[in-house]
Design a protein around this ligand. Structure first.
Ligand SMILES: [Zn+2]
Length: 364
């Protein structure tokens, strides 16, 4: 059943078990388990199904942001149960990836064990030069990262309101949002930290794509995420590297809502995984018909107060992770954080799966 698993281990076990579903149709199918260096009990698991003739490859990835992998796991189940049999094993291959960030999924966290947001870490070249990107972050750092334990939740809520108003006057909501979400490369204890070097999980994925893409004529990659965009609505977020017009993509993928990762439609990102893939294809696989996008399933919503709540949750969660806090505060933050990345309302999951079905129907 395409439900949300109770744990990382349960999710991984059921994912691995699907290998047997595929071997009948795709004789050349295998499971690759890539253990995490820092904790080999955890792994990124990959099912590769090679077709007879490599024409088209479907890639589905989950759990780049750990906790978001729970919804990702339900989406993979849906794909195995309802869509795999519609594909032509003669010409269509599969690259299905469970938990890009296994520690984050296991720990119900978004970042990796080094506090790095992996979707800000796909950088070609020098991290040093990134220190000057996100120019507003340093001035906003005291607001984003209060350097003290989180003990008094009422006080924290009040301080957030006061500081938000103060910073809105100076920076405006758009600059605050961009500074928070763009990624930053100088405060390892801050929010949306992109790292000082490539993370092991990032290197694993770069190798996986480089090997997996080889030989195909067409590739479609959908990367599952939760947390942003309107409530109860999937947004297909396309890369600034994707040059086909939104109307064409809407028709092709039957996506209920499409946005490009720019400040007007979504937000700007440094070190985005999908942007990196477009650059990889341009460099190493020119001529492939390549499409990759993030499927973002909205949770809190994107109206101004909902977006403010989302930022507050990000700030207090990071504060708790970095500086500790009282058990009461931890309990409150845990509830807020879960609702931000995996809402408890069963209707949310039903709608999320209905939205992703539209896209799966269009590509299978
Ligand atoms: Zn995400």
């Amino acid at each position: 059943m395409a439900n949300v698993p109770a744990s990382y281990e349960q999710s991984r076990t059921r994912f691995r078990a699907h290998l047997d579903d595929l071997t009948g149709s795709w004789p050349n199918t295998f499971l690759t388990c890539l253990p995490l260096e820092s904790d080999p009990a955890l792994s990124t698991d990959i099912i590769t199904a090679n077709p007879v003739i490599k024409e088209r490859l479907i890639v589905i990835t989950t759990g780049e942001h750990g906790i978001e992998g729970y919804l990702g796991s339900a989406v993979l189940e849906l794909f195995f149960e309802e869509y795999v049999r519609r594909l032509d094993p003669q010409t269509t291959g599969l690259l299905l990836i469970h938990a890009i960030n296994p520690w984050g999924m296991k720990s119900w966290e978004r970042q990796n064990p080094s506090n790095v947001d992996l979707n800000r870490n796909f950088i070609d070249g020098d991290f040093e030069s990134l220190k000057t990107t996100n120019p507003d972050y340093p001035a906003l750092a005291p607001y984003f990262t209060p350097s003290e334990p989180l003990n008094d939740t009422a006080g924290a809520k009040w301080r957030f309101i006061v500081n938000t108003i103060k910073n809105m006057v100076t920076f405006g909501s758009r600059r605050i949002r961009e500074a928070a979400l763009m990624g930053q490369y100088h405060s390892p204890r801050g929010i949306y930290f992109g790292g000082m070097e490539l993370q092991p999980e990032t290197v694993t994925m770069m190798d996986t794509y480089r090997k997996g893409f080889s030989g195909y004529r067409e590739i479609i990659h959908l990367d599952m995420h939760t947390g942003y965009g309107p409530r109860d609505q999937m947004t297909m977020v396309t890369s600034p590297y994707e040059k086909r017009p939104a109307a064409e993509l809407t028709a092709r993928f039957d996506a209920p809502r499409i946005a490009t990762a720019n400040p007007d439609e979504f937000y700007t990102m440094q070190g985005d995984m999908i942007d990196w893939e477009y650059r990889l294809v341009e460099r190493e696989f020119p001529g492939i018909n390549f499409f990759a996008a993030t499927c973002e399933f909205g949770t809190y919503g994107d109206l101004i107060l909902q977006a403010a709540r989302s930022l507050r949750t990000t700030i207090v969660k990071n504060q708790l992770n970095q500086f500790g806090g009282s058990p009461e505060a931890a309990e409150w933050v845990k509830g807020e954080f879960r609702e931000l990345y995996l809402p408890s309302d069963p209707a949310w999951l039903v709608k999320a799966l209905a939205d992703v079905r539209c896209v799966f129907n269009a590509i299978t």
